[in-house]
Design a protein around this ligand. Structure first.
Ligand code: 13P
Length: 247
């Protein structure tokens, strides 16, 4: 059975002191996890995190990457800069980037491509808003979002990770039920299977109010291969319980 992946997304939270305390507590409690583990941290803390997670089972992830390789793009962080800090994964297309920064499917596809070109695995986020769900558009929305990254020049789709994060479940405490999540994951898996014979290898993560109480039921679903965890990744005891459930 393939290992599950549990990735924490710290979003715009943390400080040198808080990061230090959190990662030390994670390292103390993590043992030899039966799943892959990553933390997606704000860019200014990559150097700190690189040394904090060294020689541990915790991989480093970024929260975003530029569409550009280098040059006059003030404020941007390139894929090769991330690579300098041993970043293993980067989120692309998180709904907060789509919503607050106007990221489009086309932008997100370029970001995924940039990450892959330096050997960083993009975690491509998809998910519908509440209005889209209520209008019966969930499938169409996630399929459109996934279609944008399914044919990346020169790269096999099986090199990516996909995270299904229904926007209405993010930070709301309102998790998708395991059945609701599985239903969408099955749609995504079928779409991947039509594009590659390696669809089973692509981790499909669920994200949206995942916590220690609901993780086991979500991960018990056949097409849920891990989690992308926001709020609960900021507390070591919560994140460790989620990791422990993902064996
Ligand atoms: P919460 O776990 O806080 O709902 O956030 C989910 C998320 O957006 C992870 O990327």
């Amino acid at each position: 059975m393939k290992k599950k992946l549990i990735a924490g997304n710290w979003k715009m939270n943390g400080s040198l002191a808080a990061n230090d305390a959190l990662v030390r507590a994670l390292r103390d409690g993590i043992g030899q996890p039966g799943c892959d583990v990553a933390v997606a941290v704000p860019a200014p803390y990559l150097a700190q995190l690189q040394s904090l997670v060294a020689d541990s089972p915790i991989a480093l992830a970024a929260q975003d990457v530029s569409v550009h390789e280098s040059g006059a793009y003030t404020g941007e962080v390139s894929a090769s800069m991330l690579k300098d800090f041993a970043v293993r994964y980067t989120l692309v297309g998180h709904s907060e980037r789509r919503q607050y920064h106007g990221e489009t499917d086309a932008t997100i596809a370029i970001k995924a491509q940039r990450a892959l070109s330096v050997g960083i695995t993009p975690i491509v986020c998809v998910g519908e808003t509440l209005a889209e769900r209520d209008a019966g558009q969930t499938e169409a929305v996630v399929k459109r979002q996934l279609a944008a990254v399914i044919h990346l020049n020169g790269h096999c789709i099986s090199e990516i990770v996909v995270a299904y994060e229904p926007v209405w479940a993010i930070g709301t405490g309102r998790t998708a039920s395991p059945e609701q999540a599985q239903q969408v994951h099955a749609v995504l898996r079928a779409q991947l299977a039509a594009a590659t014979s390696h669809a089973d290898r692509i981790p499909l993560l669920y994200g949206g109010s995942m916590n220690a109480a609901n993780v086991a039921q979500l991960l018990a679903q056949p097409d849920i291969d891990g989690g992308l965890v926001g709020g609960a990744s900021l507390k070591a005891s919560d994140f460790l319980q989620i990791i422990a459930a993902a064996q």
